[in-house]
Design a protein around this ligand. Structure first.
Ligand code: SF4
Length: 247
């Protein structure tokens, strides 16, 4: 279990590394996108390293109390409801990213990978969702087909501003260097990857409610949404979340 105190201690180590993280991001080319549905690629949370998760903790801590509370509740809502509806990244705002400078490598590299690699990842993601749908079915819950089957095929709408292509090898090299920045954070990294599956919304929810309740309550909330069409339980849970979850 990761505690608020663990995050405070980790931020001491992480803060000097944020500059290096940003300089690695700058090795990625500027992109533009001519999608008719801006933000459709932000339906889910991006994959992230532990340092990138801490960068998001810092973004949240820099918010005033009222905005922090609202954002924490949005993350908890995302965690609870994403198997039942297409919620969207909590930082998505009117089709745009509200934390553009702090978006993760996964967000920045989206649409830059080769079609070959993109297709492999899409297939993996489809299979993971089928497995998730089957798991919920074993618990007596049929997830909505539009959520289980939602997948974005390879995106060909993203171009580099310079017109120059970037190779998978170049992207992998940047990603590896970003991943290597987690080394001084190994203890936290092991917990974030193994206990939280690198899911930032799970981390926030477990901080707010405790790990056990976060898991058990998810089943209750999803059942109520899908089987009764009600979000009362979810709303009551969200109302209790204060900014002190992170402060
Ligand atoms: S951080 Fe920004 S770019 Fe990344 S998924 Fe969220 S809204 Fe989209």
């Amino acid at each position: 279990m990761i505690t608020k105190e663990d995050l405070v201690a980790a931020l001491e180590i992480a803060t000097p590394l944020f500059e290096k993280l940003q300089s690695l991001y700058q090795r990625l080319p500027d992109t533009r996108c001519d999608c008719e549905q801006p933000g459709v690629c932000c339906r889910f949370l991006p994959e992230m390293t532990t340092l990138e998760a801490l960068q998001w903790v810092k973004v949240l801590l820099d918010l005033p109390d009222d905005e922090l509370t609202e954002k924490l509740r949005t993350f908890v809502e995302f965690y609870f409801s994403n198997p039942a509806r297409l919620t969207g990244c909590p930082f998505l705002n009117d089709g745009g990213c509200s934390i553009y400078d702090y978006r993760t490598f996964g967000c920045r590299a989206y649409g830059l990978w080769s079609q070959e690699l993109g297709n492999v990842r899409t297939t993996e993601s489809r299979n993971q969702k089928k497995t998730l749908g089957a798991m919920w079915k074993r618990f007596g819950v049929d997830l909505p087909a539009n959520v289980v089957e939602f997948e974005i095929d390879y995106c060909d709408k993203v171009d580099t501003v310079s017109g120059e292509d970037v190779t998978d090898a170049e992207l992998m090299d940047v990603l590896q260097q970003i991943y290597d920045l987690d080394q001084p954070l190994q203890e936290l990294q092991a917990k974030f990857e193994n206990e939280y599956h690198s899911d930032f919304s799970f981390l926030i929810t477990a901080l707010a409610l405790g790990m056990k309740k976060a898991i058990l309550e998810k089943f209750a909330v999803i059942k109520e949404i899908i089987q009764k069409g009600s979000e009362d339980r979810l709303k009551k849970t969200l109302e209790k979340i204060p900014p002190q979850v992170l402060r």
